[in-house]
Design a protein around this ligand. Sequence first.
Ligand code: HEM
Length: 103
Amino acid sequence: MIIPTLHSVLHDESMWETPQSFNPEHFLDQDGQFRKRDAFMPFSTGKRVCLGEQLARMELFLFFTSLLQRFTFSAPAGKQPSLEFRLGVIRSPKPYHLLVTPR
Ligand code: HEM
């Protein structure tokens, strides 16, 4: 079995301005409009590209827009979530606190 690692491209210093940070501006142009990045390939590429990509993108859009329409998410005072992870088949965030306020 071959398991490609996407970590190298998703953290490629020649492709991303701040590869080690959570930075939504990676996906915004100078006018604040969305810009597609070729190096963003969480669903991989080529012959074995994820078959569920379109379904996953639709589900993620519906899931997050529903939540963001109803709640405001923020970090509790003095507690910024970190990018540390637990290594498994995928990288999972370590437990963190989140403040969720109805809009
Ligand atoms: C955020 C959600 C998802 C992510 C990030 C993701 C990512 C991936 C990745 C990286 C691969 C490996 C591609 C490779 O071998 O190079 C893969 C394969 C695959 N994914 Fe997903 N996936 C997601 C959701 C889904 C969903 C919802 C389905 C089906 C309903 C699905 C079905 C598949 C299948 C069948 C393969 C194997 C394709 C093959 O080897 O020919 N995935 N996915």
